[in-house]
Design a protein around this ligand. Structure first.
Ligand code: HEM
Length: 409
């Protein structure tokens, strides 16, 4: 659909050049780009998520908090917006309407959120640490004798994938198909095929858990008195899988990168005086694993900070830019958790303690097992995958003295 006639196509900042977020240049230096945005715009910058999809990116912390807590003027339901987006637009599957918590507002959102919260509560929390450890140790054993590894592809990725599969009660074969689909979605490479692959595999998971219920999130969704139908169940699972794998692996890998590249940590975490928790808190605060998200679509024109936002144009929160907003950054102290990395308001991530526990356990296991590991390339040569939403390394190569395998219990 031509831009001029599409509800997605009118730009809030008439005459201003939008910043493309889909380019390799943006992935290479997003913080430089946020700084340029701030030079030209105070709190709201015009961006392109794709050449055909303009949006507003919120780069001011206080403005983001107001928007996140104003679901009436900034609801998350994209249905009118997406009518103006070309059907094969690669960002669409990441943003389009689904009957789930993330993409609904009002009473529909309240219903889905209640089901998700209850299903997350269905997990036996006291067993999670042991579960992550059970998954981490064989992965470490695969690499420890070789003296070198890629911590992204050999550790963070398979660990996040296996842990999520386990807590969703998902058989490995179904999980593998979902993971391939999720990767295609986030990379925006053949996103349509990725979407179709995910829907089919998760439909099978719903059928499997009906026949084999267990102490897992999927069974929790199935048992909830709101009685979601099969389509709704699949869409809750898409959110849980999408949220659980990609951001979690980025949180683990990016925190390991911080620990290994920043001398405040590389000495001290490995020696034990600064905790992995400190590194996680710093990473979550300064370099969020989902950089730009929390989409909303004002149903009516709205003026905010003197900028006129038209109805039905996407508004995104840049957690990365807001967390580093000079207006708040000076007030932040170590351990400060007022960052927006988990979103905020009614859609704030309901799985924060779970995500934290998975990442902390995973990082502690590998740091304990391979205390002398070092980056195999200088930190400034590490690269990130393009994409407007994630902050995702392409690899994290390390070397270490070959170490005997760990005993498995
Ligand atoms: C490092 C890991 C994670 C990060 C950084 C993260 C971040 C976020 C953010 C920013 C949102 C808000 C999105 C929005 O407002 O549009 C969100 C929502 C959500 N997250 Fe997470 N998340 C993580 C892990 C997880 C995990 C492991 C799960 C579950 C297995 C999960 C489940 C959800 C759900 C269901 C929502 C939708 C809530 C709603 O709309 O009411 N997240 N997450």
């Amino acid at each position: 659909m031509p831009r001029a006639t599409s509800p997605a196509g009118h730009h809030a900042h008439t005459g201003q050049t939008p910043f493309p977020l889909y380019t390799p240049q943006f992935a290479a230096d997003p913080y430089g780009c946020y700084a340029q945005m701030r030079e030209r715009h105070e709190t709201l910058a015009p961006v392109l998520l794709d050449p055909e999809v303009p949006a507003t990116l919120v780069i001011g912390y206080h403005t983001a908090v107001r928007i996140l807590h104003d679901p009436v003027r900034f609801p998350a339901d994209p249905r009118v917006w997406q009518r103006g987006v070309p059907p094969h637009c690669p960002v669409l599957p990441m943003l389009e309407y689904r009957p789930n918590a993330l993409r609904t507002s009002g009473s529909a959102h309240a219903r889905y959120r209640a089901v998700n919260l209850s299903a997350l509560g269905h997990l036996p929390r006291h067993e999670l640490h042991a579960l992550v450890e059970r998954i981490a140790l064989p992965l470490i054993n695969e690499m420890c004798e070789t003296g070198q590894a890629d911590l992204l592809t050999q550790y963070a990725q398979p660990l996040a994938f296996q842990v999520l599969g386990a807590i969703l009660g998902c058989p490995p074969e179904i999980g593998r198909r979902v993971a391939a689909g999720v990767a295609a979605l986030f990379d925006l490479v053949d996103a349509d095929a990725g979407n179709a692959m995910i829907i089919e595999a998760l439909g099978e998971l719903v059928g499997f858990k009906r026949r084999h219920p267990g102490p897992d999130i999927t069974t929790g969704l199935l048992l909830h008195p709101a009685r979601l139908d099969d389509t709704e169940l699949v869409h809750q699972l898409i959110t849980l899988f999408g949220a659980g794998i990609e951001p979690e692996q980025n949180l683990i890998a990016n925190t390991l990168r911080l620990i290994l590249s920043d001398e405040r940590y590389s000495g001290d975490v490995l020696r034990g005086s600064l905790s992995v928790r400190d590194a996680l808190d710093e990473l979550l605060s300064v370099d969020p694993p989902i950089a730009n998200y929390c989409a909303s679509y004002p149903p009516n024109p709205v003026e905010i900070d003197g900028v006129f936002l038209p109805a039905h144009q996407a508004v995104f929160i840049s957690m990365a830019a807001c967390n580093n907003d000079p207006a708040v950054v000076s007030a932040q102290r170590p351990g400060n958790r007022s960052h927006l990395t988990w979103g905020g308001g009614p859609h704030a991530c309901p799985a924060q303690p779970l995500s934290y526990l998975i990442a902390q356990t995973a990082i502690e296991q590998i740091v304990d097992a391979l205390p002398e590991m070092e980056l195999a390339v200088p930190a400034d040569q590490l690269t990130y995958r393009p994409g407007p939403f994630h902050r995702s390394l392409t690899g994290l190569p390390v070397h270490f003295p070959p170490t005997p395998r760990l005993p498995l219990t």
